[in-house]
Design a binder for this molecule. Structure first.
Ligand code: NAD
Length: 698
């Protein structure tokens, strides 16, 4: 027997310790070990009961990820049969749970006859977040312990609930302070003495109600329809729990297995697994090793308390970091601080934050009108207007105010970090921290390294991203960095599609149906069309060319239609937020086609998706080639967290691998022929397509 399961005797009780560091993943050796130990317990008359616990930090976090995609993950004994083996044991089996019991770990515990957890334990079934359902009885056993409604909520959200909540809901029997072993041993003794075993699959009371009222499943599906739009797994979870309530036990288990197997090889599951691993991968920076010193961030400063500066200030306060925010104009400072208070108040009013929390966050925020107030800050984030001369002036002034070693960050969306850094005598401390709007909500921080940014500055800002509960992705300097640069061709093609025959609502719907939270025109209306207008003017002045250019967006801006904030943009917004088609915009679009001599044609939704997304992917290939992004997964995370790319498609580069790099390349060649040089395939895309390789192979 391997040492994947450590066996000890405590009197007449056999204690099995799951021992597969770091998280006791339920790999083949561990599963075999549990089965064999149960055989041993049953064969030994001196053993009266069994306790299963985890060695090390936790009970078990579930499947062994090193087995993902290998035959070992499904090899016998598989987890469903181990769970049945535990449940059907003739001698009582008690779970002693500490740390975490997640996924297969919790399914193992649910098969035991009694569960003791320590107060700090968290327990849940997070499979849905990886695009699958629990496949070892979790969807059948949990509702038998908690009732259907609680199980549906837990399984479709993937929530890891604290022990107290798990006990309240019924899937933990006893909660104790500290090590749960002693209480588990006592419970095992009691059960052995009583001779009565509570086998979870035999419990009926809790699911009887749903059996009488099967409408509960449709209602629940409706309640998550908006949040789970496009995802298969949450709805598959509902179907599996429904099987628990409507089928006899063994058939329910079989149904769960069938649904599980249908999903585990799906492209959604592959995409969500990719997203999960990519989120971890982006923290690794090859030339900034893990042991690079990280500076302590005890206090922060923000310059500019407008849309972004206000949100960034809130991020620091939310993380418990005292922050001083500077505006040069006292009236602007008052307005900015008021907006922050209003934002917090709205959260309090919705019951998502206590008044005390709001108060303590507000006391961490200090307003000032002089940059001298930032002399003690460990990090300073500049978020003034997007004007190079202003940024240079601010960084020059910061250089004389900030203490030595302070991180000087800019929230610029597009400007050259190297030029900004050159305005100081310490370019090694200068870095871009590109937050996304609304900055207190969006999880992405595109951290931009300049030529001279020091490894320590990078390590500190990547660490800061985590402290602010953001996902930091490190990128290099170019116009628009990774995200906004790739957004360029996407918006450009959306504009051309209008000239050729589409209308904004159709383009938006096709992209929404692809899985984005909104289409390109609704997005521009939200961000403010004046922002893009200014950028296009700058770009055209800096880089004049004869390439195709759609001026519809400019015509719309000339009418002052800047989007939601002006009550109209690409769409009309009579009530402030809901878009309705604009007759004026349609007139402009149709007139423009006429002026250009373009005969309007019917454009399919598929063409819209390909025309918008393939050039975006093509730009991603250029970004990779130029080393602006380190890896395809960095680009994917930028798009998943910054732009709402559907997680179940894994991000643009993973999506390209899913549809096939060759498919994307062939289509780009076709577009190139039809539409000219803006659509020229990137050399890297061509190289991969011709070698029959994927971005993942880079
Ligand atoms: N709005 C977005 O969606 C977004 C997203 C990402 C990045 N950004 C970038 O963030 C930065 C700020 O953008 P915003 O949308 O918050 O702009 P904003 O106009 O809402 O805010 C800018 C603030 O800076 C203040 N300011 C100007 N000069 C100042 C000075 N000398 N000292 C102190 N304060 C000064 C202004 O009073 C104003 O309150 C820009 O670089 C922008 O490109 C914006």
């Amino acid at each position: 027997m391997s040492d994947a399961v450590l066996i000890e005797r405590h009197g007449s009780i056999l204690v099995l310790s799951l021992n597969n560091p770091p998280v006791n993943g339920l790999g083949l050796a561990l599963r075999t070990g549990i089965s064999e130990a149960l055989d041993q317990a049953e064969a030994d008359d001196a053993v009266t009961a069994v306790v299963i616990k985890g060695a090390g930090r936790m009970f078990s976090a579930g499947a062994d990820i090193s087995e993902f995609g290998t035959p070992r993950s499904l090899a016998d004994p598989n987890l469903p049969s181990v769970c049945l083996r535990i449940e059907n044991s003739k001698k009582p089996v008690v779970a002693a749970i500490h740390g975490v019991a997640a996924g297969g770990g919790l399914e193992t515990a649910l098969s035991c006859h009694y569960r003791v957890a320590s107060t700090k334990t968290r327990l849940g079934l997070p499979e849905v977040t990886l695009g699958i359902i629990p496949g070892a009885g979790g969807t059948q056993r949990l509702p038998r312990l908690t009732g259907v409604e609680a199980a549906l909520k837990l399984i479709t959200s993937g929530e890891l609930a604290p022990a107290a909540k798990a006990q309240k809901l019924g899937y933990v029997d006893e909660v104790v302070e500290g090590d749960p072993l002693e209480a588990a041993l006592a419970a095992a003794e009691r059960l052995a003495a009583s001779g009565a075993l509570r086998r979870t699959m035999e419990i009926e009371e809790k699911i009887a109600e749903a059996r009488a009222n099967p409408g509960v499943f449709d209602e629940f599906a409706k309640s998550i329809a908006k949040k789970a739009r496009g995802f298969d797994a949450p709805f598959a979870c509902i179907e599996a729990v429904k099987a628990a309530a409507t089928l006899p036990g063994p058939e329910g288990l079989a149904k769960e297995r069938e649904i599980f197997k249908g999903l585990v090889g799906s492209s959604q599951a592959a995409s969500q697994r990719h997203a999960f691993f990519a989120e971890r991968e982006v923290a690794k920076i090859p030339d900034v090793p893990k042991d690079t010193p990280v500076k302590e961030i005890a206090t922060a400063g923000v310059i500019g308390c407008g849309t972004m500066g206000g949100g960034i200030t809130m991020n620091f306060a939310n993380a418990g970091i005292p922050v001083t925010v500077v505006e040069n104009d006292p009236a602007a400072l008052d307005r900015g601080l008021e907006t922050i208070a209003k934002n917090y108040q709205a959260t309090v009013d919705k019951g998502r934050m206590t008044q005390e929390d709001m108060d303590s966050r507000m006391t961490l925020i200090t307003g000032a009108t002089d940059m001298a107030a930032l002399s003690e800050a460990d990090v300073i984030v500049e978020a003034v207007f997007e004007e190079m001369d202003l940024k240079k002036q601010i960084f020059g002034a910061l250089d004389s105010v900030a203490k030595p070693g302070a991180i000087l960050a800019t929230n610029t969306s597009m400007l050259d970090i190297n030029v900004i850094a050159a305005a100081t005598s310490r370019p090694e401390s200068v870095i871009g921290t590109h937050f996304f709007s609304p900055a207190n909500v969006m999880k992405l921080m595109e951290n931009v390294r300049g030529e001279k940014t020091a490894p320590e500055t990078i390590a500190t800002v990547m660490d800061l991203s985590k402290k602010l509960k953001k996902v930091g992705v490190l990128v290099g300097v170019c116009d628009g960095f990774v995200g906004n640069r790739m957004l360029g061709p996407y918006l450009r093609e959306a504009g051309f599609l209008l000239e050729e025959g589409a209308l904004p609502a159709q383009v938006d719907k096709a992209i929404y149906d692809f899985g984005f939270p909104m289409g390109p025109f609704a997005m521009m209306d939200l961000a403010g069309n004046d922002v893009g207008w200014r950028i296009r003017k700058r770009q055209r002045a800096e880089n004049p060319n004869n390439l195709r250019y759609s001026d519809i967006a400019d015509q719309i801006c000339e009418l002052g239609r800047f989007g939601q904030k002006t009550g109209g943009g690409w769409h009309d917004y009579d009530d402030g937020r809901t878009p309705t088609p604009s007759a004026k915009v349609e007139e402009i679009v149709v007139e423009t086609s006429k002026r250009l001599g373009i005969e309007r044609r019917k454009i399919s939704d598929q063409e819209i998706v390909e025309r918008c997304l393939y050039p975006l992917i093509n730009e991603g290939a250029k970004v990779l080639e130029e080393g602006i992004a380190m890896r395809p997964c960095d680009i994917d995370i930028v798009w998943l967290f910054g732009y709402g790319f559907p997680r179940y498609r894994g991000g643009p580069m993973f999506y390209a691998d899913t549809v096939g790099v060759k498919t994307v390349y062939d289509k780009m060649c076709e577009f190139h022929e039809q539409h000219g040089d803006l659509m020229k395939p990137a050399p890297l895309l061509e190289k991969l397509a011709k070698a029959d390789k994927r971005f993942a192979d880079l």
